[in-house]
Write a protein that binds this ligand. Structure first.
Ligand SMILES: Cc1cc2nc3c(=O)[nH]c(=O)nc-3n(C[C@H](O)[C@H](O)[C@H](O)COP(=O)(O)OP(=O)(O)OC[C@H]3O[C@@H](n4cnc5c(N)ncnc54)[C@H](O)[C@@H]3O)c2cc1C
Length: 301
């Protein structure tokens, strides 16, 4: 083994449900792990107000996230590296090396990568022109205190808009939802909410002036419309997020588990656009840890 600034059996990259389940399962079979997460554990779950598809009695994302976090923090063989970001992953014959944003390099016999997905930005889609090329936050990250009485421009009609409306049932917020044809079927569930104005869009140009965001829209009939809002948020969709290096990606950027180096496992949403759910993340993280366990056992035999 090369010089290493950690002594562990497994590096877990990403502290969502998949990464946490991997670290917990690894501990259960006696493996030590280091879990790297730039934010808090299960950060995405804190924005899910109601859960109806998770076993175990948790009915909200924050409740489940708190419970996972408490359990992980008392899982002795798992060392948490919170506030750290993996910037590179290299897979070698006998080890995996992960570089952090601090410059530190961690090595271990195996790595599980569970970095999930992140929001697509205006620059990623052809139906939006943004001369300033800004990076915008997803709608579900909007703070309750900041949205009261405001008009928000929402770019795209992806499903988290429904989650947002359910999370803020009494918020006096107006949503201008500019969506391309591909999202027509997705906006059906929000069509009747009086706070929503649907703007079927062929092309949109974003302009900012004096704190306001203006959308110059060409609608499906080719007519021009201009709408002004207090802020712009994203609901375009999501794309996989993974550290550069030796992960094998498909055309869409997902990392199919079966295509990876034998020392690299992939779990959770990063696997594919399908199966992006909390229970599947927990299951695939647990399974990835067991695959590491059995691979290590076979090497010892
Ligand atoms: C608004 C919304 C509502 C949802 N509602 C539901 C629901 O009701 N039921 C359901 O089953 N699912 C729901 N989901 C989906 C569910 O949240 C995901 O399927 C699940 O969180 C995936 O878990 P994961 O661990 O694969 O990824 P994530 O939860 O995305 O976790 C990935 C983690 O990796 C970290 N990371 C990223 N890059 C790096 C890096 N380079 N180095 C280190 N760490 C990194 C991130 O900070 C993040 O914490 C919802 C999602 C959203 C956005």
């Amino acid at each position: 083994m090369p010089d290493s600034d950690t002594d562990t059996d497994l590096i877990v990259v990403g502290g969502g449900p998949a990464g946490c389940a991997a670290a917990r399962m690894a501990a259960g079979v006696g493996m030590r792990s280091v879990l790297i997460e730039p934010d808090i554990l299960c950060r995405n779950l804190y924005r899910i107000p109601a859960l109806d598809n998770v076993l175990g009695g948790h009915t909200s994302g924050p409740e489940l996230a708190d419970s996972i976090t408490t359990e992980l923090k008392s899982t002795e063989p798992c060392r948490l590296e919170l506030g750290r970001h993996a910037t590179r992953l290299r897979a070698h014959d006998d080890h995996v090396a992960v570089t952090l944003d601090t410059g530190a390099r961690l090595t271990a016999p195996y790595a599980i990568v569970a970095t999930g997905v992140g929001p697509l930005q205006p620059a990623d889609v052809s139906w939006i022109t943004d001369p300033t090329n800004r990076v915008l936050p997803p709608l579900w990250q909007a703070d309750a205190d900041d949205i009261q009485g405001r008009t928000l421009l929402v770019l795209g009609g992806d499903r988290p808009i429904g989650t947002f409306l359910r999370a803020h049932p009494t918020a006096d917020t107006r949503l201008l939802v500019a969506h391309p044809e591909n999202d027509d079927y997705k906006v059906e569930e929000i069509r009747d909410d009086p706070r929503v104005m649907l703007l079927p869009t062929r092309h949109l140009t974003l302009r900012t002036s004096e704190g306001a965001v203006t959308a110059e829209i060409v609608d499906r009939s080719g007519n021009q419309q201009t709408h002004t809002s207090d802020a712009a948020f994203l609901s375009i969709g999501s794309a996989p997020v993974s550290p550069p290096g030796d992960l094998v990606r498909d055309e869409a950027g997902y990392c199919p588990p079966a295509d990876q180096h034998p020392r690299v496992m992939v779990a959770g949403d990063l696997r594919s656009a399908r199966y992006q759910r909390i229970m599947t993340a927990l299951g695939s993280g647990s399974e990835a840890a067991l695959r590491v366990y059995y691979a290590a056992q076979e090497l010892r035999m």
